[in-house]
Design a protein around this ligand. Structure first.
Ligand SMILES: NC(=O)c1ccc[n+]([C@@H]2O[C@H](COP(=O)([O-])OP(=O)(O)OC[C@H]3O[C@@H](n4cnc5c(N)ncnc54)[C@H](OP(=O)(O)O)[C@@H]3O)[C@@H](O)[C@H]2O)c1
Length: 273
């Protein structure tokens, strides 16, 4: 049971695969690799690829399989119910990107918080893996997922529409950034996230700390790939609508980025619904 398959040979998949020790026998599985029987998998594909991956993967799992999904956003969880066994979600601050040859250039492993989304994760089974990747268990994971979603919702769409680095948001688009933070703050408070009351401060600190970076959404756009914003902005817009909170800046940004950002349902083959 020590073998881990890494599904998705992109920036993060290659980077994590390099950190698995020989004892954990990491095996990287690309889009065209036939799936073997899978006991344990790290799933490192974009959120919009998870529905179709779940369908292809399901026949290769069994009731004792364990899959950890490292994907940004929210809205793909219902598709994972097609997978047997235990499913965990990893909220990671790793930074890795693909060069023009498709080779992952890892910057940092960052930190990862791991929690259950189907079944209860067994700490002893994860014990050999977690320290290698600088991950730790954090239950319940949903608050951490929303927390990252809040930071991403403020920074990523603005960097995409302005085609700028994270730090330039502070220099050239501060008013719009602050308006967005002010709209999201009541939603963050409603969810009782640890960020509540400090969203604008945390967003500005993150923009400063990553001033020279292109956000993942801008990187995807520049590489002519879809963005994951369809899994980042709609959950906030849906929550705002439920609570009757007006979010005009967020709604306008979503209109601007929607053409580049598939939604969860648009990625699921209709025959399986
Ligand atoms: N990169 C990071 O530093 C980082 C950090 C934290 C979280 N994340 C999250 O991790 C996820 C992956 O990000 P990434 O940067 O690694 O993306 P990426 O570089 O685009 O890699 C995704 C890989 O998955 C492959 N893929 C798609 N569908 C597949 C399938 N059905 N079977 C096997 N492989 C499949 C893609 O193949 P094609 O190239 O053929 O499409 C691509 O190689 C995203 O949700 C991202 O937000 C990334």
């Amino acid at each position: 049971m020590n073998k881990w398959h890494v599904l998705g040979a992109g920036a993060l998949g290659q980077w994590l695969h390099r950190h698995l020790s020989p004892e954990l026998q990491g095996q990287l599985i690309g889009r065209t690799t036939p799936y073997p029987r899978i006991d344990q998998a790290l799933i490192c594909v974009k959120a919009y690829d998870l529905p179709s991956l779940a369908l292809s993967l399901a026949p290769h799992l069994h009731s004792d399989s364990l899959c950890l999904v490292v994907a940004n956003g929210k809205g793909f969880e219902s598709f994972l119910q097609y997978l047997a066994g235990q499913i965990g979600l990893v909220i990671s601050t790793a930074a890795a990107w693909r060069d023009s040859q498709g080779i992952s250039q890892g910057v940092t492993l960052g930190q990862g918080l791991v929690g259950s989304i189907q079944g209860k994760l067994e700490p002893q089974r994860l014990a050999p893996l977690l320290p290698l990747l600088n991950w730790q268990l954090s239950e319940p994971i949903e608050q951490q997922q929303w927390q990252k979603l809040a930071l991403n919702a403020c920074i990523n769409p603005l960097t995409l529409v302005h085609g700028c680095r994270n730090g330039q948001l502070l220099e050239q688009h501060l008013a719009q950034l602050q308006a967005l933070c002010a709209e999201l703050e009541p939603l963050v408070s409603h969810l009782k996230l640890p960020l509540a009351g400090a969203l604008a401060t945390q967003v500005q600190a993150l923009c400063q700390a990553t001033a020279n970076n292109h956000s993942s959404s801008l990187q995807d756009f520049l590489a002519k790939r879809p963005t994951e914003l369809g899994f980042i902005l709609p959950p906030w817009l849906e929550l705002a609508a439920r609570l009757g909170i007006h979010c005009p800046t967020l709604a306008q940004l979503w209109q601007q980025v929607e053409p580049y950002s598939p939604l969860p349902s648009s990625q699921f083959p209709s025959s399986a619904c």
